[in-house]
Design a binder for this molecule. Structure first.
Ligand code: ATP
Length: 575
């Protein structure tokens, strides 16, 4: 397939009227491609040349890309850089100025060039990247160049999420989109869409045989929430509760020689925790995959510090000083793989036994505190102790529950502190639009339109308009700066909204929001028609808490969680 045809499909998909139509269009496009190009197309759809966890980035800023465009056009650099800046979108500008041309580029050729650009590093690489990109642009049509430039500057995001791509692959190569769960399982174990595409081409047996691998992040298991110990006991029966530490969740892989550390979003953050890895190397020789919460502790007293402290380690070049100023301790709560054996299908109790046998004490490492509870009163008691110890509450774990990669279910239930008059938990919402500010907020934003994620439909459903909790600086400077790259004139195809904000955004930025209660609303689309006909769910008195850059939009609170919270909200007040 030519790259040109692929690009045409992309723009059709962006305009698709429904998700099902999107799935069909993508499936048709996949079928048209030579098999070897399917995984490459899947990567390009995500604007990448390798899965995110491999950390292969283009390292091409918009200004650099504009210089390459100038070179391809034979125009003055400064003039093109200025024009791109004014236009605000390098792709749209390229489409306007480039002459019509058909270089007959294939998906493979474009991929190879882009990969070469991404992999070039070291001395003189900037110049080489620019020249290579200029040659590629010169060989492209205006539409192709627009997509290429958006990819290298990290601005291509397709309307379809991972779930839609998986469904399209199932339809294209297994003949049935309902076979998506098979692909989903492979994806949850490897976090690699291109690899799943390759397996799907081989057939169902190849998908069934997929195993987790040390070095490839496993999509993380998540917890459901319930408001009080009585409901948790009803749901789980006697079970193990563990302290819920409030730091950064990490997945650590070790193959006997090399370490990898992955974040909740499955980014490679190995460089962030040199001290933890040193500790692990001292006490462990066998290969493993574990999960832990990395919490900053006071260097003198050893007491746990609040979550925000760990963010100080999120810098490109972590210095010794920073490591010493913000020492972390890893509270280990999971083992997914040990000495050649995958453990994720084993019940919690067995995994925890392996973990306890595996564990060697160290100043920088501890096992998550756990207790077997048979009654609500015991759960409440352990909860109070966890708060006393500086934790956020408990994660309650079903004894026979396996590790469900990439799923949020009731095998883990979180129990957090409820503040009187508030919902017992905050929500993580995706910003899909905004209203402009007036008066003191003129020039910035007045409020944001925030949405939950509906994984069944792979779309974002609005839940609230949130304007309080932000500082003036947030509304006038921080938010405009953060949201500018995602601004668009029309509603994004994955956002479902009955309201018309002043500006729309690609669903990318996640924010944490607290609220007083959940109410029925004719204006919001979250669970529209589920609880009552003609009504969705909305938040009452929403308030911004913080940015959640550690979460991808698909990791936001889901529609079904909000329905659950709506039904449970009157039963709270346990703490
Ligand atoms: P929250 O925003 O409440 O931290 P979340 O959406 O990040 O939740 P959940 O799966 O809902 O994630 O809640 C479980 C989270 O709690 C895990 O992602 C992990 O970071 C953290 N955690 C702390 N201690 C434990 C533990 N003992 N077992 C499992 N998770 C734990």
């Amino acid at each position: 397939m030519t790259f040109r045809r692929f690009v045409a499909t992309l723009s059709e998909v962006e305009r698709a009227s429904s998700r099902l139509v999107m799935v069909r269009m993508l499936a048709d496009a996949f079928r048209e491609l030579p098999p070897a190009e399917v995984p490459l197309a899947v990567l390009l759809l995500q604007g990448r040349v390798a899965p995110e966890f491999e950390g292969v980035e283009f390292g091409v800023a918009e200004k650099e890309a504009a210089k390459a465009l100038a070179l391809a056009l034979g125009r003055d650099e400064a003039e093109v850089v200025r024009a791109v800046k004014e236009k605000g979108d390098i792709g749209a500008y390229a489409r306007e100025v480039l002459p019509e041309h058909d270089g007959g580029l294939t998906v493979q050729q474009v991929y190879d060039e882009l990969r070469a650009i991404a992999e070039d590093s070291g001395r003189g690489s900037q110049q080489r990247k620019r020249e290579r990109l200029a040659r590629l642009i010169a060989a492209s049509s205006p539409e192709e160049a627009a997509v290429i430039l958006r990819i290298v500057t990290g601005r291509l995001r397709l309307g379809a999420g991972d779930a839609t791509v998986l469904e399209a692959l199932a339809l294209a190569f297994l003949g049935d989109r309902n076979k998506k769960p098979l692909l989903e399982r492979a994806y949850n174990l490897t976090s690699d869409l291109a690899y799943v595409a390759r397996l799907t081409l081989k057939g169902e047996d190849a998908l069934r045989a997929v195993k987790l691998e040390v070095g490839k992040p496993v999509r993380m298991m998540l917890a459901e929430r319930l408001p009080d110990p009585e409901r948790i006991m009803d749901k789980l029966g006697p079970h193990f509760a563990e302290h819920k530490y409030d730091g950064e969740r990490i997945q650590v892989h070790f193959d006997g020689r090399r370490f990898w550390v992955y974040s909740r979003r499955l980014e490679n953050i190995t460089h962030q925790y040199p001290d933890l890895l040193e500790a692990l190397r001292e006490v462990q020789q066998d290969s493993f995959i574990i999960e832990a919460e990395a919490v900053v502790v006071d260097p003198v007293t050893g007491e746990m510090r609040p979550f925000q402290n760990v963010l100080n380690r999120k810098v490109k070049h972590l210095t010794r000083e920073l490591v010493e100023k913000y020492p972390v301790k890893g509270f280990v709560f999971e083992i997914l793989y040990h000495a050649g054996e995958a453990l994720i299908d084993r019940p919690y109790t067995e995994r925890r036994q392996v973990l306890e046998r595996w564990f060697r004490p160290h100043e920088r490492l501890a096992l998550a505190a756990k207790r077997y509870v048979e009654k609500a009163s015991e759960l409440r008691q352990f909860f109070d102790e966890s708060i006393e110890a500086g934790c956020e509450g408990l994660v309650c774990k079903k004894p026979d529950g396996e590790y469900e990669a990439g799923k949020r279910g009731f095998k883990w239930v979180k129990y957090k502190r409820g503040i009187a008059g508030k919902l017992s938990d905050t929500l993580d919402l995706v910003v899909v639009g905004a209203w402009l500010g007036r008066g003191r907020r003129a020039g910035g934003y007045g409020s944001l339109l925030a949405a939950v994620y509906n994984p069944d439909e792979d779309r974002f459903e609005t839940l609230t308009k949130v304007g309080s909790g932000f500082s003036d600086e947030d509304l006038n400077e921080v938010l405009p700066r953060r949201l500018e790259p995602y601004r668009r004139r029309e509603r994004h195809p994955r956002a479902w909204s009955l309201l018309e904000p002043d500006v729309w955004f690609e669903p990318v930025q996640v924010i944490e929001v607290e609220a007083q209660e959940i109410t029925l609303s004719p204006n919001h689309t979250c669970a529209f028609g589920v609880v009552q006909e003609g009504r969705g769910l909305a938040l009452r008195f929403p308030r911004f808490v913080r940015y959640r850059d550690d979460k991808s939009p698909e990791e936001a609170t889901t529609t079904s969680e909000v329905v659950e919270m709506y039904r449970n909200q009157w039963a709270q007040g346990s703490t």
